[in-house]
Design a protein around this ligand. Structure first.
Ligand code: NAD
Length: 256
């Protein structure tokens, strides 16, 4: 129970990678603050067997005022945030000339600006407690590009840059900031991209296989559990000098 007594706030944790990381941190004893839309009761219920305190806040990560309200509430309700996992993210694919302006604005707000807002408000709580971990779920798209993902790639490169600034500004403290850069993970966000291929005529198996074959040499999806294990390591004392890293877990995507 290496995280017993710590509180982890995970944005966008009602499904996918965020919920997977919540499981791993809860199993290590951390109290959890969930956030996100959709199946909240189901997510809370799934974490119940870990026997830790599970709270939920419904702040929209596109809205700076709602983020500020969530962080103030976390301070009052949970006594502070020790571990901040910036995970909420959305996607839209289109070539730049056809990219809807509203989708650009929404992706930059949720995938990038929210990381600034949660971090700027979590840092004083971590500094007061003399310990902290900020882990930003970026993407391989924080390090390389793919076509038709202008806003996502720009936001994730921004997250990797912000991670480095945060790491430098906390370098003399027991507070670390790192990014995790996953390749393909089979979550609702990626299922929607597979569904687009199915709609274009591919079978479900062929659509998944084609998606993997284009980028991920292992031809296997990364799992939320594997990402949770990496996040847990970054929370450990063994990772105290891992600072400002952009750590890819991508089935070999970036090795090419
Ligand atoms: P997902 O769609 O399963 O989960 C996204 C979560 O974010 C959900 O809980 C959703 O409710 C929440 N969310 C969306 N908009 C929100 C908003 N405005 N405010 C609050 N919560 C909001 O997606 P996922 O694949 O688990 O993605 C999680 C993170 O991992 C994202 O940042 C994504 O970019 C990143 N990522 C995913 C993959 C992948 O292959 N799935 C790869 C690399 C990086």
């Amino acid at each position: 129970m290496q995280l017993h007594g710590k509180t982890a706030l995970i944005t966008g944790s009602t499904s996918g990678i965020g919920l997977g990381i919540a499981h791993t941190l809860a199993a290590a004893g951390a109290n959890i603050i969930l956030n996100g839309f959709g199946e909240v009761a189901q997510a809370k219920q799934a974490l119940a067997p870990h026997g830790v305190r599970v709270l939920y806040h419904d702040a929209d990560m596109a809205d700076a005022e709602q983020i500020a309200a969530m962080m103030a509430w976390a301070g009052a309700e949970a006594g502070g945030v020790d571990i901040l996992i910036n995970n909420a993210g959305i996607q839209h694919t289109a070539p730049v000339a056809a990219f809807p302006v509203a989708s650009w604005d929404a992706i930059i707000a949720v995938n990038l600006s929210s990381v600034f807002h949660t971090s700027r408000l979590a840092l004083p709580m971590m500094q007061a407690r003399g310990w902290g971990r900020i882990i930003n779920i970026a993407s391989v798209h924080g390090l390389v590009a793919s076509k038709e993902k202008a806003a996502y790639v720009a936001a994730k490169h921004g997250v990797v840059g912000l991670t480095k600034v945060l790491a430098l500004e906390t370098a003399h403290a027991a507070i670390t900031c790192n990014a995790i850069c996953p390749g393909w993970v089979l979550t609702p966000l990626v299922q929607r991209q597979i569904d687009q291929r199915i709609a274009a005529g591919a079978s479900p198996e062929a659509a998944s296989a084609a998606l993997l074959a284009e980028k991920q040499p292992s031809q296997q999806f990364v799992t939320p559990q594997q990402l949770g294990e990496l996040a847990l390591f970054l929370c450990s004392e063994g990772a105290a000098q891992v600072r400002g890293a952009a750590w890819n877990m991508d089935g070999g995507w970036l090795a090419q």
